[in-house]
Design a protein around this ligand. Structure first.
Ligand SMILES: [Cu+2]
Length: 128
């Protein structure tokens, strides 16, 4: 509680075989792994796994992004959540893993509307 996990994960890279260690007061929090949509919605109802032992270890066994929230009501929505991107299985990404890509998804990426606006402006220039 009170940790900015986006700041914490910034610049960190994760590889297959790394282990995430969550230490917390067992009665007060959970480590709940969820799917991407549920991560952004802070919804723990369809959890992939759930632990509230106070000492949760998660070994990263494959490339890709894994999503963890605290399933105590209200905690996730104030930031007790973390998305961990495990590198491997493809070319290196130019974006930092984890926080940045999660943020881009959370707030939306520029859609086709913006692209077509630019295309229209270019077309106008070409005509004038
Ligand atoms: Cu919590």
């Amino acid at each position: 509680m009170g940790v900015d996990y986006i700041v914490w994960i910034k610049g960190k890279t994760f590889a297959v075989g790394d282990k995430l260690v969550f230490n917390y007061p067992s009665a007060e929090h959970t480590v709940t792994e969820v799917r991407k949509d549920d991560y952004f919605a802070c919804a723990g109802g369809n959890a992939l796994s759930n632990d509230r032992s106070g000492s949760t270890n998660v070994t990263l066994t494959a490339p890709g992004t894994r999503y963890f929230i605290c399933n105590i009501p209200g905690h996730c929505t104030i930031g007790m959540k973390i998305a961990v991107t495990v590198a491997g299985g493809g070319p290196p990404s130019t974006a930092p893993p984890g926080a940045t890509s999660a943020g881009a998804t959370a707030w939306g990426t520029p859609g086709p509307a913006i692209v077509s606006m630019v295309a229209a402006a270019v077309a106008k220039l070409a005509l004038s």
